[in-house]
Write a protein that binds this ligand. Structure first.
Ligand code: ZN
Ligand code: ZN
Ligand code: ZN
Length: 382
């Protein structure tokens, strides 16, 4: 059956997970590496306790380099970047190689890249330089913070040219409430921070987004959303109907997160989901941005510094509390994580100038090939 074009029941094309999967598929992979936080206002979920946060939806236009040297643009709710961290010097920077940085001879100059690949090409597997993909979000952290003067390594207050101190909002843990450092200081019960997730944690966040999407943003209902069908966005033909399909959930996930060709009209594109809500007439799937979440990390059983991200609970979908609404603006993550200039990288890591060619042809990702065709009833046609 065809569901037609009743906008009311159409989900916007490209929710968070669809968007993230498209982005991940469109860009080549890097190896993993360590990475230490070095920015202020950088959130990292606690290992001891849960942190209550709300992730804010941003809009960032990013460029994705393609194998043929072309660049495609995509708008994302989060900001992806690459971090280099020198494990011996304990200094990190943002990659300056640009969208074509992973293709031989096509990237912009980046000392992090040069050191990383010089080691790899020389057969040194565990060189000091890491290259890590990160995805940054803005969050509200619901916790007590105090506004204190920044101090340097000697404990002296840092001041600008006019002799005014630099201020930082610092987390006040419950046991620190009477700490002299915070007495008489301006306090508040939240702070806006940025949160960078490596690939593993980001994937976990997408899994939670899927769970959260069972709830309705429109009425706040918990787990009230039902998928009726996935339709062609051009002709409205229902290509997957969960009630009758023979596709496995995994296959449905796969076909609904990339372009498919409609056997009915021949057009190619993302499918559109028709949903209903058991509680209201205007169903909208909630996203990770629509709920307050309690988040923590636990040490991975694999040992080392590896951790797993856990979201033990989340609220029903609801707008951000009025008290925080005026502060709940996404940070300029594209500015915060803008590339560290080559000269600055030289200052931090020394050397350089050898301009080793960036070679990583061994990492080029086999991607491409046409979109699969999906026939009526969800039968893949290869
Ligand atoms: Zn780089
Ligand atoms: Zn069609
Ligand atoms: Zn609803």
């Amino acid at each position: 059956m065809a569901f037609g074009k009743d906008d009311k029941n159409l989900q916007a094309v490209g929710g968070f997970r669809q968007q993230a999967r498209q982005y991940q598929a469109a860009r080549p992979r890097f190896g993993t590496g360590g990475g230490k936080p070095y920015f202020i206002d950088r959130f990292q979920p606690s290992l001891e306790d849960t942190d209550k946060i709300r992730i804010l939806k941003g809009l960032y236009e990013v460029e994705i380099g393609q194998q043929d040297g072309s660049i495609v643009k995509q708008t994302l709710y989060y900001f992806p970047y690459i971090e280099h961290f020198h494990g011996t010097l304990k200094k990190g920077a943002i990659c300056s190689a640009g969208p074509l940085g992973m293709f031989k001879g096509k990237g912009q100059p980046c000392l992090g890249h040069e050191i990383y690949w010089a080691d790899k090409n020389a057969g040194r597997k565990n060189g000091p330089m890491s290259m890590t993909e990160k995805n940054a979000f803005t969050i509200i952290h619901y916790a007590p913070y105090a506004k204190v003067e920044q101090v340097d390594d000697q404990g002296q207050v840092k001041k600008n040219d006019k002799g005014e101190p630099y201020w930082n909002w610092v987390r006040v843990m419950p046991h620190q409430r009477h700490d002299p450092r915070f007495q008489g200081k301006e306090m508040r019960d939240f702070h806006i921070l940025h949160w960078s997730l490596g690939f593993g944690h980001f994937k976990t966040l997408m899994e939670y987004d899927k769970e959260i999407s069972r709830s309705c943003k429109s009425c706040g209902g918990r787990d009230t959303i039902v998928c009726e069908a996935w339709t062609c966005r051009y002709c409205g033909e229902a290509l997957i109907e969960p009630a009758t399909t023979t596709l496995t959930p995994k296959e449905i996930d796969e076909f609904t997160s990339k372009n498919v060709r409609c056997a009915s009209c021949g057009n190619e594109g993302m499918l559109q989901e028709i949903i209903s809500c058991t509680q209201c007439a205007n169903p909208v799937r909630a996203e990770i941005f629509d709920v307050d979440i309690n988040v923590k990390r636990v040490k991975s059983s694999e040992g080392g510094n590896m951790t797993n991200l856990i979201i033990p609970s989340w609220s029903n979908p609801c707008p951000i509390d009025q008290r925080y609404a005026e502060f709940a603006k996404p940070l300029p993550l594209d500015k915060i994580f803008q590339p560290t200039p080559y000269e600055k990288q030289q200052e931090m890591w020394g050397g350089g100038g050898s301009r080793m060619p960036v070679t990583n042809s061994q990492l080029s990702r086999p991607y491409g090939g046409g979109a699969p065709t999906l026939g009526p009833g969800g039968k893949p046609q290869y």
